[in-house]
Write a protein that binds this ligand. Structure first.
Ligand SMILES: [Zn+2]
Length: 59
């Protein structure tokens, strides 16, 4: 994985993050996120493990 800012190598964090929001059915839910830091410029990117959590009834 490469940094989207400078093209440097990305380092994956062993600590998981969280993203919480309202689903389409108005229920509060969320997903685990994974973080990556650029070794060169320090830019941090975060990805949801389950980006579809906001859809009603989907896993
Ligand atoms: Zn970078």
């Amino acid at each position: 994985m490469k940094c989207s800012k400078c093209g440097g190598d990305m380092l994956k964090s062993y600590v998981e993050g969280n993203f919480s929001a309202e689903r389409e059915d108005k229920v509060c839910d969320g997903t685990v996120t994974n973080k990556y830091m650029c070794k060169k410029c320090g830019y941090i990117e975060e990805y949801a493990e389950n980006p579809n959590f906001y859809k009603t009834g989907k896993k």
